[in-house]
Write a protein of this length. Structure first.
Length: 306
């Protein structure tokens, strides 16, 4: 099922057809509040009332024209202004291929630097999402160029890639901000762990290594991008053994998933941030969400019923 859904996520014909069906548009609203920025900002305001922060991302990837990348950059600049004007505790999370990485890496770097500079002015962070393994090295190298002059930037790393432990060690001298996720793309066994148990072990090991670095004096911002509460509690227990405060890491979960746990963790004193996605280009992202858990597929199928 997971392989099928990931294949569907990359199928261009389905990408054009599926979003035209009403049941699909209805089902996707479980994972996003709407397709426009207004919907995302309203959701962020509601989370703020519950003591939960937000990160906003406009869905889309692999633009084919520089004008598209320029428009995305302009959109995020305006979004940062609106976040600041509303007083929201919200950050932004961007994909480099949506900002033109495939077309002109230097232009993309200029876009992200401009976003980071504007975000710094309003005391916000710009996160860089990780995409498929074909972009892993170029994304990390991009971050290595960006971070020394833009300290308010963070990077997503994927626990299912075999290389990630070495990547964490490689980034340590930058005192980075790292969001650890399990990984949601179809990757071959040669470069990625295939079983849940292997991915979970990698996830915990990466998180513990970063907590150890914090104990050693590194100024690392650690974000646990997972809905697996069992893993969060194991990592929290390890942080407690190291006598680190609850604020030594934060929890980041997607809109619409484990919201009850997000509220509970926030009440218990953990920093919690809800990742709110929006935009018309939701199809491949949505299929990857379905591939993560069978329960998500059951929910989508229910939308076919009256």
């Amino acid at each position: 099922m997971r392989r099928l859904l990931l294949w569907m996520a990359g199928n261009r014909w389905l990408r054009r057809r599926i979003p035209q069906f009403g049941f699909a548009r209805k089902a996707v609203l479980r994972f996003m509040p709407g397709e426009d920025a207004d919907s995302a900002l309203r959701a962020a305001a509601q989370f703020k009332l519950q003591g939960i922060s937000s990160a906003l991302t406009r869905l889309g990837e692999n633009v084919t024209r520089v004008e598209e990348a320029d428009e995305v950059a302009a959109h995020y600049l305006e979004l940062l202004e609106r976040i600041a004007a509303k007083g929201l505790d919200a950050e932004i999370s961007v994909k480099l291929t949506q900002l033109g990485l495939d077309l002109d890496s230097e232009r993309t770097l200029a876009h992200v630097r401009r976003l980071a500079e504007r975000a710094a002015a309003v005391r916000r962070t710009v996160w860089i999402d990780m995409e498929g393994s074909a972009y892993t090295e170029s994304t990390i190298a991009f971050y290595e160029r960006l971070r020394p002059t833009c300290a308010n930037t963070g990077l997503c790393l994927q626990a299912y890639l075999r290389r990630t432990a070495a990547d964490v060690e490689r980034l340590m001298p930058l005192d980075p901000a790292i969001r650890v996720v399990k990984g949601a793309y179809a990757e071959p066994p040669a470069i990625a762990f295939q079983t849940r148990q292997e991915v979970d072990r990698s996830y915990v090991a990466l998180s513990k290594a970063m907590l150890d670095a914090v104990c050693d004096g590194r100024r690392i911002r650690i974000a646990l991008g997972t809905h697996d509460v069992r893993l969060i509690e194991e990592i929290a227990g390890y942080a407690a053994q190291l006598k680190l405060p609850q604020t030594s890491f934060e929890v980041q979960m997607l809109y619409g998933i484990r919201v009850d746990e997000q509220r509970r963790l926030a009440r218990e004193g953990y920093p919690v941030r809800d990742l709110i996605c929006y935009g018309a280009a939701w199809y491949p992202w949505y299929m990857r969400r379905l591939a993560e858990r069978p329960a998500n597929v059951i929910f989508a199928l229910r939308q076919l019923l009256p």
